[in-house]
Design a binder for this molecule. Structure first.
Ligand code: SF4
Length: 233
C-alpha cells in the first residue's frame, strides 16, 4: 500500500489516518489561499435574475447561461415582465441551454407565481423557494446563500464527488454529503466554500488522469480506498 507524504498547514504527515476534522481544516486553508474572494459565477442584477440563472444552469455550463441571460433579462428584467412573455418567447432566448423546453415552461410559471403569491419578490425561505416550479434544494440553497446571505451549502454532483474523494463524506446521496459538510465546516464559511470547491474542481480536477501524489489535496486527503484504486491503475 502506498503512503503519500504531504506538506501543508500544520506540518508533515501521511495520507493514512488523517482525521476528517483535520482534513476539513487543511482543505479550508488551501481553498482560502487559492480563492480568497470567490466571485459568483452567474451574472445577475438581483435575486430574481439569480434565481432564473441558477435554474438555467442545470445541465448547462455557467458560461452558456451567461451568454443567454443578457438578452433574456433585457426583455424581461423582473418577474412582472417575465410573466408577460409567452413560453415560446422565453424558449427562443434560452434555446441553447440544456432542457430548454422544460426550463422555459418553469420560468414562465415561476414568474407568475412570484407575482401572484409573493408580491413580485423572490421568497426568502427554503420552503417557499422549493415550492416554485423547477426549483430544487440546490437551486434554493444557491439563492439563499448568494442573494440573501443566508448560510447554506449547495451540493451539486461535483461537490458530492469531491467530498467523497477527499474523504469528507461517505454519503451515498447529496443530502448526506450536505449534512456531513455542514457538520465539518464553520457555518460562516459555507457560502464561500461551495464556490471554492467548485472553482478548485474546475481548475484542478481533470475528468481522467489524476495523479494523487502530486495533487494539492488528494495527495494527502484521499481515502484509503481511493489510494488503493489509484495505486493499482
Ligand atoms: S486528485 Fe486532485 S485533481 Fe484529482 S480529484 Fe483529487 S483533487 Fe481533484
Amino acid at each position: 500500500m502506498r503512503l503519500f507524504v504531504y506538506g501543508g498547514r500544520g506540518g508533515w504527515g501521511y495520507g493514512l489516518g488523517v482525521k476528517r476534522a483535520e482534513k476539513a481544516e487543511r482543505i479550508l486553508g488551501i481553498l482560502e489561499e487559492l480563492y480568497p474572494r470567490p466571485p459568483v459565477p452567474l451574472d445577475h442584477a438581483d435575486s430574481f435574475q439569480l434565481l432564473i440563472a441558477v435554474l438555467l444552469s442545470a445541465q448547462t455550463t455557467d458560461a452558456r447561461v451567461n451568454l443567454v441571460t443578457p438578452a433574456l433579462f433585457e426583455a424581461a428584467p423582473g418577474p412582472r415582465e417575465m410573466a408577460e412573455l409567452a413560453v415560446d418567447e422565453i424558449h427562443d432566448f434560452i434555446r441553447t441551454c440544456g432542457l430548454a423546453p422544460a426550463k422555459a415552461k418553469n420560468i414562465s410559471k415561476l414568474a407568475k407565481i412570484v407575482c401572484a403569491e409573493h408580491g413580485g419578490d423572490v421568497p426568502r425561505t427554503f420552503e417557499e423557494l422549493e415550492a416554485l416550479p423547477g426549483v430544487g434544494h440546490k437551486t434554493a440553497s444557491v439563492v439563499m446563500a448568494q442573494a440573501f446571505g443566508v448560510p447554506a451549502f449547495p451540493v451539486d454532483t461535483h461537490i458530492h464527488r469531491l467530498a467523497a474523494r477527499w474523504g469528507l463524506s461517505n454519503g451515498t446521496t447529496v443530502e448526506k454529503t450536505e449534512r456531513d459538510l455542514k457538520a465539518l465546516f464553520p457555518r460562516e464559511k459555507w457560502n464561500n466554500l461551495h464556490l471554492q470547491i467548485i472553482f478548485f474542481g474546475r481548475e484542478y480536477c481533470p475528468a481522467r488522469g489524476h495523479d494523487l501524489a502530486t495533487c494539492r489535496i488528494c495527495g494527502w486527503a484521499a481515502t484509503k480506498k481511493r489510494m488503493r484504486e489509484e495505486a493499482r491503475s
